[in-house]
Design a protein around this ligand. Structure first.
Ligand code: AMP
Length: 560
């Protein structure tokens, strides 16, 4: 027998309507680039609007999109920073029945074009600071029919229009299209562990459920009284879902755009009376440094309104948590992935543990406990379940209503597996789980490097370096870095009778990669450890070169 409840579909228009009606006067603040200082650096210009205006413009965007010859489910790409216009796209694109594809602005233009083509994007909303990429994208991406520039259009360009003029020439959409809650709403690409980037296609339902799961007290604790600063970019897993969560619950939102250095963030936290801010460890290290300097100078910032810093994307060291506590600031760790929307665990504490005790810090340095409706499991290399004893490591599996059940266009099938008659996603993380449910990441089986919160593909770097005529074998591994968390280290076996320098290798691969992808150092060696199946044993290399860059190993110029 079925229950007698209304099967109301969970869709993004409900989030938009809440913002348009009950939160219409709540403020949305953006720092937009407003000219340049004497050093040529962009200077932030404060822009304020309200949820009411954002919703009105989002509905104009929805109407404008419906005026194009598009088919429901078509992908609309953004290459944009965090701002109120990006929020309009978050709300307007899915509400018009299309899919919002948020693209990573930090990738090499060739990678951007590859992803655009793979997604089959038909419309691009691009920030005015990136317009120099447009001609190359127009040439490389045949499906791309319309390009609209967010912000002032610096100069007329063929096939390019102003986003503001375009949407304001339409009246707000009056009737939402019929949307099934399982229809696609958003698309994000993540770095493939082997091969090309993979797309994760979020649904309306998964977005709504994720937003509802993130808001409560023992998750991210977001409500109408909050002022939230998502420093994590809106192109990275939808800024951890915060733009939707905040809009659903009416929190005041602050978008820092391209201004994410420690000093500007400290200033925003103080001036805007931010209560919750979210970012990767690299961002927080910059902020901590700024707070330490200000305290030493006797001019500390007033962050008395700041209740919580949320850290994720990479492990938050205990020292970081303690450092912020010394400023009276509480940092909460969360774990997740592009494939999990991302929030899956949060390091909230039971009532009997003092967060500032040694035990409290040790627990908060773990990745945390599952939020409701998420399940975790650990398996051994043989596929057997591993005990949750806090000691035995296993491959971390995850399932839940906001976890992907496949990649876009059916790729990467190997990451999805059956266990006990249920489908699970294999995260590629190696972790322990303890009796109380605390998950602790120990290592990573996926062959990737995470630098400043963004992935670098070691496989892509290796392939490019192997093409050098003097290179016989090459492995790129992550080395620890105090600022970026990890940086790529290349370990190269030169061909017999050849030698090669780090600089020569960089010169060879530079045209193919964004600058921040390039290895920081190259080690020459006469062999690489190879396992029984013929694969390079990266784990052994990671152990061998642990601490590289700390002075324990000769620096790169001595090695060639
Ligand atoms: P992404 O898809 O870019 O969000 O990356 C997800 C991956 O980042 C996870 O599988 C982990 O390897 C890593 N990650 C995310 N959050 C944390 C965390 N709190 N601690 C350690 N690793 C993390």
């Amino acid at each position: 027998m079925q229950g007698n409840m209304m099967p109301v579909p969970l869709t993004i228009p409900f989030i938009l309507e809440r913002a348009r009606t009950i939160f219409r006067n709540r403020e949305v603040v953006s720092l937009l680039p407003g000219g340049r200082n004497q050093q040529g650096q962009p200077v932030p210009q404060r822009h304020t609007t309200t949820y009411g205006e954002v919703a009105d413009r989002a509905l104009r965007l929805a109407a404008a999109l419906q005026g194009l010859e598009l088919t429901p489910g078509d992908r609309i790409a953004t290459l944009a920073v965090n701002s109120f216009r990006h929020l309009e796209a978050y709300l307007g694109v899915p509400s018009a029945g299309f899919v919002l594809h948020t693209m990573n602005i930090r990738l090499h233009p060739d990678q951007v074009a590859w992803i655009l083509n793979h997604a089959g994007d038909r419309v691009l909303l691009i920030e005015n600071v990136f317009v120099s990429m447009i001609p190359a994208l127009q040439a490389a991406c045949p499906t791309l029919e319309k390009i609209y520039v967010l912000g002032d259009l610096p100069e007329p360009m063929p096939g390019v229009e102003s986003y503001d003029e375009w949407i304001m020439s339409h009246t707000p959409l009056e009737r939402y299209p019929d949307i099934d809650e399982n229809d696609a709403a958003g698309l994000c690409y993540t770095s493939g562990t082997t091969g090309n980037p993979k797309g994760v296609l979020y649904s309306h339902r998964s977005n709504v459920l994720h937003s509802m799961a993130c808001a409560p007290k023992d998750a991210l604790n977001v409500g109408e009284r909050d002022t939230v600063l998502p420093i994590v970019p809106m192109f990275h897993v939808n800024a951890w879902g915060l733009p939707y969560t905040c809009t659903m619950y009416g929190a005041r939102q602050i978008f820092a755009g391209m201004f994410t250095d420690g000093r500007t963030i400290a200033q925003i936290l103080q001036d805007e009376k931010v209560t919750i801010a979210a970012g990767v460890p690299t961002i927080w290290l910059g902020l901590q440094n700024e707070l330490d300097c200000a305290r030493t100078a006797g001019t500390p910032y007033d962050l008395s309104r700041l209740e919580r810093l949320i850290v994720g994307g990479s492990a938050a060291p205990e020292a970081l948590l303690r450092g912020f506590q010394s400023h009276g600031l509480h940092m909460t760790q969360a774990w997740g992935m592009t494939e999990t929307h991302p929030v899956a665990t949060v390091s909230f504490l039971p009532p009997d543990i003092d967060p500032t005790s040694d035990e409290g810090f040790a627990l908060r340095a773990k990745q945390g406990r599952i939020v409701p409706l998420i399940e975790l499991e650990l398996i051994s290399e043989e596929g057997e379940l591993v005990p949750h004893d806090g000691k035995t490591m296993g491959r971390l599996l995850v399932r839940g209503p906001w976890v992907a059940n496949q990649y876009f266009r059916g790729e990467g099938q190997g990451s999805f597996l059956e266990l006990g008659g249920q489908q699970w996603f294999d995260t590629g993380d190696i972790a322990t789980l303890d009796e109380r449910g605390y998950m602790h990441i120990q290592d990573r089986s996926k062959d990737l490097i995470k630098s400043g919160g963004e992935w670098i593909s070691s496989v892509d770097l290796e392939n490019a370096m192997m093409a050098h005529p003097a290179v016989a074998q090459c492995a790129v591994i992550a080395m620890d870095d105090p600022k970026w968390d990890e940086r790529p280290l290349a370990i190269v076996v030169p061909k017999a009778g050849h030698s090669v320098t780090h600089e020569q290798l960089l010169e060879f691969i530079t045209p193919k990669f964004a600058k921040w992808w390039l290895p920081d150092a190259t080690v020459l060696t006469d062999h690489l450890p190879i396992g029984a199946t013929g694969k390079i044993l990266k784990r052994e290399l990671r152990q061998e070169y642990r601490g590289y860059g700390s002075g324990q190993f000769p620096q790169r110029n001595d090695l060639t």
